[in-house]
Design a protein around this ligand. Sequence first.
Ligand SMILES: NC(=O)c1ccc[n+]([C@@H]2O[C@H](COP(=O)([O-])OP(=O)(O)OC[C@H]3O[C@@H](n4cnc5c(N)ncnc54)[C@H](OP(=O)(O)O)[C@@H]3O)[C@@H](O)[C@H]2O)c1
Length: 323
Amino acid sequence: MTEPAESKPKRILVTGGTGLVGRAIEKVVADGEGRPDEEWIFVCSKDADLTNAAETRALYEKHRPTHVIHLAALVGGLFKNIKYNLDFWRRNVHINDNVLHSAYEFGVQKVVSCLSTCIFPDKTTYPIDETMIHNGPPHDSNFGYSYAKRMIDIQNRGYFQQHGWRFTAVIPTNVFGPHDNFNIEDGHVLPGLIHKVYLAKKNGTALTVWGTGKPRRQFIYSLDLARLFVWVLREYDEVEPIILSVGEEDEVSIREAAESVVEAMDFRGELIFDTTKSDGQFKKTASNGKLRRHLPDFQFTPFKRAVKETCDWFNTHYATARK
Ligand SMILES: NC(=O)c1ccc[n+]([C@@H]2O[C@H](COP(=O)([O-])OP(=O)(O)OC[C@H]3O[C@@H](n4cnc5c(N)ncnc54)[C@H](OP(=O)(O)O)[C@@H]3O)[C@@H](O)[C@H]2O)c1
């Protein structure tokens, strides 16, 4: 085990570097957020299967990072979670333990891992804040993913208590943007809607939204989240996680989200709600009060503009987009 040292330059390893959030961080770093004393290394499952401890160690051995942004995870929307709770638990627990413990063994100064607001207790008061993660069981639809993610916070506390190391985590709300998974069955609600509208428009059919359209969500644009990740890596000093979200007033219903996609894609057909499909958790309104205390002036991209940019990206990259 190497002692952490304030060495320069920084070598920042980003796991899950080919995913929605990883690509966004790569873009903001390339577009001006990067610094000359930082080397950014983006890796994916082709570089190492992080469920495998030996491959994870070999990755650290090769790159010798000073900092890690840990994004790699088995990720999916409501319907994939309902089907594969066991896989979500096991895969993510292995990945997280391998990434965090190798970081400890290789003397990494800081790890920023990624939780999610969908791991909070199902029965709770609102708004949810950072102190409430472990206050009760998560929603039954995604208990595997949720408990696996909650254990990152437990492990971070352990590294601090036993060794004094400051590994931390961020808690984003629903993320969307270019390079998302636009698969209708397995992906998240917004990219799924974008893909459905694309097909409905092409085939001249109605748009069927799954569920009642009434549940409410806070969406964060991946490029906004990426800028916040870079800030957390450099400036945020606590082990306790921080929620990265737009304000409570910016929460939208699934119906409103669908209507924004319809507008952005200029879809003129009918909109139907299939109420035989599950709604998932009704809401998970999160407070961004802690973030605002640190960054009162951070400007989020307006939701409709971010949706439009994402739809434009999907239309342009339809052939190669994950779907
Ligand atoms: N999307 C959201 O709405 C949302 C919301 C809150 C939190 N988060 C969290 O944000 C993080 C990033 O999510 P995302 O949406 O960007 O995910 P994503 O687009 O599905 O990307 C997942 C990334 O993880 C990598 N990965 C998966 N299994 C791996 C393994 N066994 N070994 C090595 N790499 C592996 C993938 O590599 P390959 O490309 O090689 O498969 C990919 O780069 C995750 O921790 C997720 O839980 C996401």
